[in-house]
Design a protein around this ligand. Structure first.
Ligand code: FAD
Length: 385
């Protein structure tokens, strides 16, 4: 493939992933980010690299490919990464049934996991609440990153190590696509300049409707708002261990759809605690390098997406977390929300709305998990075209 002039729009994890994959192939890359530093979904998440949540098969493989690239970033770019694995906790009989069903099919699915007794759970995590604990499902593949550290340090590394030109505080629009073969795309910047590129990759996250409004309108993407909390640093080097997820989480990720017991679990939650379904609440916890425990989350869609956070949601998240985990310090240090866009059926939204202009967004709750692998896949495919 000849050396191309490539523009990446968006300095979140998807844009960084594309910039890295393009630069590694020798292309001349410019990355545009409209904020002074990335502030979108990519710095607002749990930092969970979460292959276990992906449907077995191609998406699990993309997640594993991403995992390898995160480990490379740890080695090459001093990104903090902890290989922690994860445990889904069962405190109810129907949750244990789903975990058993998943563990039984683990080999067939190609997704390593191990059913744990309560004692084995507690040996791996001091945070699991032993009261009514019935079982756990351990997966070894999950990583923990600190999203703020990773996403805000990578632009400098891409600049120095890979020669990527980074343009922060610079919003861009597509001015014109020259119908030559190959096409040349003119981008205009908020500084009144314009430049031509051979390829533009739009990784604008939930914001791409401002750049390509017609495509956004027809794409069928939904906006989703999530509320999150973070504790103060836990004292005395206390460690959460693996990422922890509750039985409620079994309703959320596609991987557990293969378990026959899931319907009964869903019905029980809907009947007992409809408030959790109303706000799309399932609960998880991760711990960053500062010892802070990140807690979440909820899911409100489309017209429910308001700038105002709901105290009720935070209380429900904390209520459910207290049922499944015990922390030395529950003092909340920060609360925030994040927004992403998501396609109802597809794990990612990829499109070429104009010649040479590619869109990669709609990663939903899996952008940290999938982006690095997805960008590699895209640039490998483009190289063979
Ligand atoms: C609360 C929360 C928790 C989550 N937890 C996890 C998790 O633990 N694990 C996981 O895998 N995923 C998680 N996710 C999902 C993940 O964070 C997202 O899928 C991912 O960050 C999306 O990355 P992105 O680069 O597409 O978007 P963003 O991070 O939103 O980045 C898009 C960037 O594009 C810029 N931009 C847009 N338009 C323009 C323009 N015209 N010119 C210049 N710049 C522009 C924006 O300023 C923005 O910085 C979570 C998401 C949220 C909200």
């Amino acid at each position: 493939m000849t050396q191309l002039d490539v523009a990446i729009v968006g300095g979140g994890i998807a844009g960084l992933a594309h910039a890295w994959s393009a630069a590694e192939r020798g292309h001349r890359v410019t990355l545009y980010e409209r904020s002074a530093r990335a502030s979108g979904a990519s710095v607002r998440n749990f930092g969970m690299i979460w292959p276990i949540g992906q449907a077995a098969g191609p998406w699990y493989e993309v997640a594993l490919a991403s995992r390898e690239r995160w480990l490379r970033l740890h080695e090459e770019a001093a990104v903090w990464v902890r290989a922690c694995g994860s445990i889904h906790l069962a405190h109810r009989a129907d949750e244990r049934i789903v975990l058993e069903q998943f563990a039984e099919r683990s080999g067939q699915l190609g997704v390593p996991s191990q059913l744990l007794s309560p004692a084995e759970v507690l040996a791996r995590s001091p945070a699991a609440n032993p009261d009514s604990l019935l079982a756990g499902l351990f997966s070894p593949t999950e990583l923990c990153v600190n999203p703020v550290q990773a996403v805000r340090s990578l632009p400098a590394w891409l600049r120095v190590r890979h020669g990527v030109r980074t343009m922060f505080s610079t919003s861009v629009v597509i001015l014109e696509v020259e119908q030559t073969a190959p096409a040349r795309i003119a981008l205009g910047s908020s500084h009144g300049q314009w430049e031509r590129f051979d390829r533009v990759v739009v990784c604008g996250g939930a914001d791409f409707q401002t750049l390509l409004p017609d495509l956004f309108a027809s794409a069928g993407l939904r906006l989703c708002k999530l509320q999150m909390l973070k504790t103060v640093p836990q004292s005395g080097g206390w460690q959460l261990g693996p990422h922890l997820a509750s039985g409620l989480t079994l309703r959320h990720y596609r991987n557990f759809d293969v378990c026959a017991g899931l319907d009964a679990l869903r019905q029980r939650v809907a009947g007992e605690t409809p408030e959790l379904d109303r706000f799309g609440i399932h609960v998880m916890a991760s711990q960053n390098d500062a010892g802070e425990v990140i807690l979440g989350d909820s899911h409100e869609y489309d017209e429910q997406v308001e700038p105002f956070d709901k105290a009720e949601i935070d209380e429900l998240i904390l209520r459910e977390l207290r049922r499944i985990i015990r922390l030395p310090r529950w003092t909340v240090a920060a609360r925030w929300h994040g927004t992403y866009c998501k396609h109802p059926e597809q794990a990612v939204f990829e499109a070429e709305p104009l010649p040479g202009v590619y869109v990669c967004t709609g990663l939903g709750g899996a952008g940290m998990t999938l982006s690095l692998g997805l960008a590699e896949r895209a640039w490998r495919q483009w190289a063979s075209m």
